[in-house]
Design a protein around this ligand. Structure first.
Ligand SMILES: Nc1ncnc2c1ncn2[C@@H]1O[C@H](COP(=O)(O)OP(=O)(O)OP(=O)(O)O)[C@@H](O)[C@H]1O
Ligand SMILES: [Mg+2]
Length: 283
């Protein structure tokens, strides 16, 4: 699977590859300080229409990889390809749901959802009509005129999801999009995301620290090692039938077997982030 061999071939031939990380190394440095290597030699492909989840210990480089796929960071070595072509700068095919909330507090839910289309040149009226429709699809039709501070955390996340999906990106980059939400709301958000994704499958690269969430949602779960110089150390296909019910799927024996196998690998990496704990304390 080395990058060089793959790069010779036209990517769209059989299964179009939406995102290809080829030996990607990412370093951070400031003048006068030692260079910090966050990610080393990452090889990872996401096919068109595929849902891939990345899990790994805190600080290992998950957001860094997403930033590279978005074109916000340039690799020190290796390259990122988008639909076969090297990424020259910002990834215009990607919608990015950030780890931190990015709604504009001075705009209503409707305005927040419509703004991306308006900036891209869609007439205001048409943009707002589409935004209204997207708010309906995420279950927020009655909340169109509320400002972000008048919405719950889960509602704000749904606005953010609509804000990205309305642009109809070919690739979705999602960084712990449900991170701060309570467990029940996460399940509801997961179900909503899968429902919307099933309608019009995008390539999704989804970062989460929650292994159950990763298995429930994804076609593949990829494990990163603890940093620095984090690597991709595992890649597990999730062959659970779709459509899936995120709140029920955990009860399936197949789910539990996958969870056991993947957690076995992930646990030792997670523990490296907590060197004072023994294995028996996290099982
Ligand atoms: N701009 C930067 N300058 C210097 N170091 C950085 C920068 N951005 C990230 N890092 C470092 O790179 C490593 C990876 O960070 P990253 O944010 O990708 O981790 P993460 O896996 O997303 O963590 P979390 O699960 O906590 O969100 C960390 O050690 C972080 O401190
Ligand atoms: Mg992160």
């Amino acid at each position: 699977m080395r990058a060089a061999a793959r790069a010779e071939r036209p990517d769209q031939a059989v299964t179009p590859r939406a995102i290809g990380f080829e030996g990607v190394t990412i370093e951070f440095g400031t003048p006068g300080q030692a260079v910090f290597r966050a990610v080393e030699g990452a090889d990872l492909s996401v096919a068109a229409g595929e849902f891939v989840a990345i899990v790994g210990p805190t600080g290992c480089g998950k957001s860094t990889l997403l930033n590279a796929a978005a074109g916000l960071l340039t690799p020190a070595a290796g390259q990122v390809r988008i639909f076969g072509a090297p990424l020259p700068g910002l990834n215009r095919d990607a919608g990015y749901l950030f780890q931190l909330e990015a709604l504009m507090p001075w705009k209503t839910a409707l305005e927040n959802v419509a703004i991306g289309l308006e900036i891209a040149g869609t007439p205001k009226r048409a943009a707002r009509d589409q935004a209204r429709d997207w708010l309906r699809r995420v279950g927020l039709a009655p909340f169109a005129d509320r400002y972000p501070h008048m919405l719950s955390g889960g509602q704000r996340k749904r606005v953010a999801m609509a804000q990205v999906l309305i642009r109809d990106p070919k690739i979705m980059l999602m960084d712990e999009p449900f991170g701060p939400l309570d467990a029940q709301t996460r399940l509801i958000m997961g179900d909503l995301l899968l429902r919307l994704w099933q309608e019009n499958r995008k390539a999704v690269l989804f970062v989460t620290h929650d292994l159950e969430e990763a298995i429930s949602l994804a076609d593949r779960v990829v494990i990163m090692s603890a940093g620095p110089a984090a690597r991709i150390i595992g890649d597990f296909p999730i062959n659970l039938a779709r459509p899936r019910d995120v709140s029920e799927i955990k009860l399936m024996p197949e789910f539990q077997a996958l969870h056991r196998d993947i957690w076995h690998m992930l646990k030792s990496e997670v523990l490296k982030a907590y060197p004072d704990l023994t294995m028996g304390e996290i099982s």
